[in-house]
Every structure is written in structure tokens, then in C-alpha cells.
Design a protein around this ligand. Structure first.
Ligand SMILES: [Zn+2]
Length: 324
């Protein structure tokens, strides 16, 4: 009998140890990261959720940003792969968002959208959530626009996830709907919208090769942040959008001597520097790194410094940039 109890005691002990280990492994992530705390305590701040591009060996989530205002995440820009997990780590609440902006519908900017749609069911959200993205202007053979993006994913007949179609149909019983907006990108006109009081968003078409793409600017509480998105600088529109901006996030996907498709799609460091200088941006944060650019930080800096002498920094996932 004694042996049995000893054995049980031993088993109980290892069971307890295993339980403690399990709890440690699966305990929910708290937003106790100092960068997330910084963003939550600022009046206005931008948090980089994903600072990478499409590669899966760059140590970064794909592209996504959160604008924090008064301790709440109010605007999300892009939803690349890994951004849902970074969102959770940031401590943000989907119920707080006033708008989602897409720069374009490449995988590294949009793949986690269905994750957020499903997760919305488990939040307290009851307000509709507008999403904005560039119209495809008849170039839909390579990229879609916002309404086609949601339709092909969530249409109840033909969609990939028909069980979530209610979130896109005002006649169905869901706590809220996503409202997709297609923003024209044929001319160079500024697009403006006010998804919530005091929150001004503006977008402008940019050239991501010949693909429909946009740069976005958000003005709130007297501060502004501008996100270049993926672009090559040929259209010369970002300079206008970013005029006097407090923070310009510039996508740094290539180095100065990149050739071919990369150079057709993205800005070289000297182009980023020229645009930052012309816009008189107060601060530039580089993001959307790829291995070819992040392995050449010194040369990247030199290219930008050929034109721009203001504050310059490099994004990492979850890094918080207070706009003061
Ligand atoms: Zn990209």
C-alpha cells in the first residue's frame, strides 16, 4: 500500500510539473512588451506589426501597421502574413479599430485578413468596419480591388470562406459588417475620408510597377503619419501626400543597385531620400525590408543621406514610433 501511495505521489508530482510547464507554454500573451506599452501610453503613435515583405527567411512578419490614438488602436494599415499574431502581441483590440487601409492586395499586405474576420466574432465589436483599398482600374488580371478581394474570399456561393459571408452582407445577422471601398487610382487626385470624428485619412495613387497601389496618410490630433506602401517613386505623388508629415514610413525593399523586377516595383534609397527631402518629412522610418536591403543597412543609409538629413530609423516588428 505504501508503495502504491509513493508511486501515486511520484506520478502526482510529475503531473504537477507537466501542468506548470503546459500553463507556461499556453498562457495568453500579455501586452507587456515595452514597445507596446509605449504605444499605448502615447497620444499618437505608430506601431509596426510587420516590418518585412514576402520572404519567409527574413526574421520579420509581412507588412502591417497600427495607428494608436489615446491608448487605442484606431487604424490598421495592411494585414500581411503574421500580422494577426503581432496584433495579438501588441495588445490591440479589434473592437477599437475605425478603419482598415490596404496599400494594395499582394499577399504580403493582405493574407491575414480572413484571420481578423474570423477573430472578430470573438470580440465585443458591434460597429461596422470600413476597409479601403485601390481600385484595379481594369488591371484585375494580376491584382484585385477591395470589393473583389472580399467577394472572392467570402461570397456565400463562390467564396473561399462562405461560412463568414454574413460579415459582408448587411441583411444577415452578424454583430457588424465590413464595408469595402474601392479608391480610384487612375488620376493623381487625393482621396479623402473621415471614418470617425477627428480622424482624417487621405490616399494617393503610387506606381508599384504598373500595379494599382496607394500611399496613405492619417491626420489625427494635430499629428500625421504617412505610409508609402510598395512603390517605385515614378509617379511623384508621395511627395505631395507626405508634405510636412511628422512620420514617413518608407518601404525599403531594394538597395541602390537592384535591377530588374525589384527596381521596377520598389524605391531605391536615393529615391526615398529625395522624396523625404521634398516632403520635408520630420522623421523617416524604413520598413518592408527584404534580405537584399536589410543586409546592406549602411549603404541604404548612405543612399538616403545623399538627400535627406532629418531623423532616420529602422523598423522592427512591434517597434513603436511616438509622434510628438
Ligand atoms: Zn510588399
Amino acid at each position: 500500500m505504501k508503495m502504491v501511495w509513493q508511486r501515486l505521489g511520484y506520478v502526482g508530482g510529475s503531473f504537477l510539473a507537466m501542468l506548470v510547464m503546459l500553463i507556461m507554454l499556453v498562457s495568453p500573451v500579455r501586452a507587456d512588451d515595452s514597445q507596446s506599452q509605449t504605444c499605448q501610453q502615447a497620444n499618437v503613435a505608430l506601431q509596426v506589426l510587420g516590418s518585412g515583405g514576402p520572404e519567409i527567411d527574413d526574421g520579420r512578419a509581412s507588412t502591417a501597421y497600427l495607428l494608436w490614438v489615446g491608448g487605442k488602436a484606431k487604424v490598421m494599415i495592411d494585414m500581411g502574413g503574421g500580422s494577426a499574431w503581432r496584433f495579438e502581441q501588441s495588445g490591440a483590440n479589434l473592437a477599437d479599430l475605425d478603419a482598415v487601409l490596404f496599400t494594395h492586395f499582394h499577399v504580403d499586405h493582405s493574407a491575414d485578413f480572413p484571420v481578423f474576420v474570423k477573430a472578430g466574432f470573438f470580440t465585443e465589436r458591434t460597429q461596422n468596419l470600413p476597409i479601403y483599398g485601390p481600385d484595379n482600374q481594369g488591371k484585375g488580371d494580376l491584382l484585385v480591388n477591395s470589393t473583389v478581394f472580399v467577394d472572392r474570399l467570402f461570397d456565400k456561393e463562390r467564396g473561399v470562406y462562405p461560412y463568414l459571408s454574413g460579415y459582408f452582407d448587411a441583411n444577415r445577422q452578424t454583430p457588424f459588417n465590413y464595408i469595402a471601398h474601392d479608391v480610384p487610382v487612375s488620376g493623381d487626385a487625393l482621396y479623402t475620408a473621415k471614418p470617425a470624428p477627428g480622424l482624417d485619412i487621405s490616399g494617393i495613387p503610387v506606381n508599384h510597377g504598373f500595379l494599382p497601389a496607394m500611399a496613405w496618410r492619417i491626420d489625427v490630433a494635430g499629428k500625421s503619419v504617412t505610409i508609402s506602401g510598395d512603390m517605385n517613386g515614378e509617379r511623384q505623388t508621395l511627395e505631395r501626400l507626405a508634405k510636412g508629415t511628422d512620420l514617413l514610413v518608407a518601404h525599403a525593399a531594394i538597395h541602390e543597385h537592384t535591377q530588374g523586377a525589384g527596381a521596377f516595383l520598389h524605391m531605391k534609397p536615393t529615391t526615398i531620400g529625395r522624396i523625404a527631402k521634398q516632403a520635408n518629412a520630420k522623421k523617416v522610418v524604413l520598413s518592408h525590408f527584404m534580405n537584399r536591403s536589410q543586409n546592406r543597412m549602411e549603404a541604404m543609409t548612405a543612399g538616403i543621406r545623399a538627400h535627406y538629413q532629418g531623423a532616420l530609423a529602422f523598423a522592427t516588428d512591434l517597434s513603436c514610433w511616438v509622434i510628438d
